[in-house]
Ligand binder design. Structure first.
Ligand code: ADP
Ligand code: MG
Length: 228
């Protein structure tokens, strides 16, 4: 049975999708059976990051009751299995987040890890994604607005009885204006699992629709993701 790990932050633009893709890919490279799920109904971007934005059957179709979850799983050219969303507005309107847990549970037998990317905020789609996961990894940048939203994620997880495995601090530049790791750890009362530095190779990988840990495997950020 797969460990189902939700990547969540509260705030947008902190590096959730980048982290979900690179952790999933690094685990795949270690020989694990991995499935990467895009749980975002409103802004699914895993498919866009991986260069497969238009697909016939997506997670949205599953959530609309129009397809089985296993029929929306695709093999990326890297060998990683992905369950992407649809970018169509109509599909967005039809998808019902209530079906998320059941769909993800139906795929647990065939994987070691299911890594679930999530959307910003704490709307219905995020809460159902939290329900669907057995554990949560919180993503934050080392600055107060981001950590404050991460704290909200920790509190909601607690109220739902979901385990927070820890926190990944991303986009660390190491300048004086940033919050220290100790302050972040104290504020979130959660363990910091690792730190991913600000790295221009991430933008290069995204622009080329490559996966960082594969295309720039020796970059600083790729090394951090592989260690994680
Ligand atoms: P989210 O999914 O939380 O909205 P993304 O993973 O899409 O965040 O990242 C937001 C932006 O930040 C993207 O342009 C991405 O390329 C960039 N980014 C993410 N992590 C890093 C990093 N460590 N260094 C530099 N840029 C990063
Ligand atoms: Mg994202």
């Amino acid at each position: 049975m797969a460990r189902t790990i939700l990547i969540i932050s509260g705030k947008g633009g902190v590096g959730k999708t980048t982290t979900a893709i690179n952790l999933a890919s690094a685990l795949h490279d270690l020989g694990k059976e991995v499935l990467l799920v895009d749980s975002s109904i409103s802004t699914p971007d895993v498919g866009i990051h991986l260069g497969a934005p238009i697909i016939p059957v997506s997670f949205h179709h599953v959530l609309a009751g129009r397809a089985r979850a296993k029929d929306a799983v695709y093999m990326h050219s890297s060998g990683l299995r992905i369950l992407p969303g649809s970018i169509s507005l109509q599909d967005m309107k039809r998808a019902r987040p209530e079906g998320m847990k059941r769909a993800i549970d139906s795929l647990r037998r065939s994987s070691d890890f299911i890594i679930i990317d999530s959307t910003a905020g704490f709307g219905k789609e995020t809460l159902h994604a939290m329900e669907s996961a057995s554990e949560l990894i919180i993503i934050t940048n080392p600055e107060l607005p981001s950590v404050t939203n991460a704290l909200k994620a920790v509190k909601i997880a607690e109220s739902m009885g979901k385990a927070v495995t820890g926190v990944i601090v991303t986009r660390q530049r190491g300048d004086k204006t940033e919050m220290s790791l100790r302050d972040i750890e104290e504020m979130l009362e959660s363990r910091i699992l690792g730190v991913v530095p600000e790295d221009s190779k991430i933008k290069e990988a995204t622009a080329a629709k490559d996966i960082l840990v594969q295309a720039h495997s020796r970059s600083k950020a790729a090394r951090a993701y592989k260690e994680l």
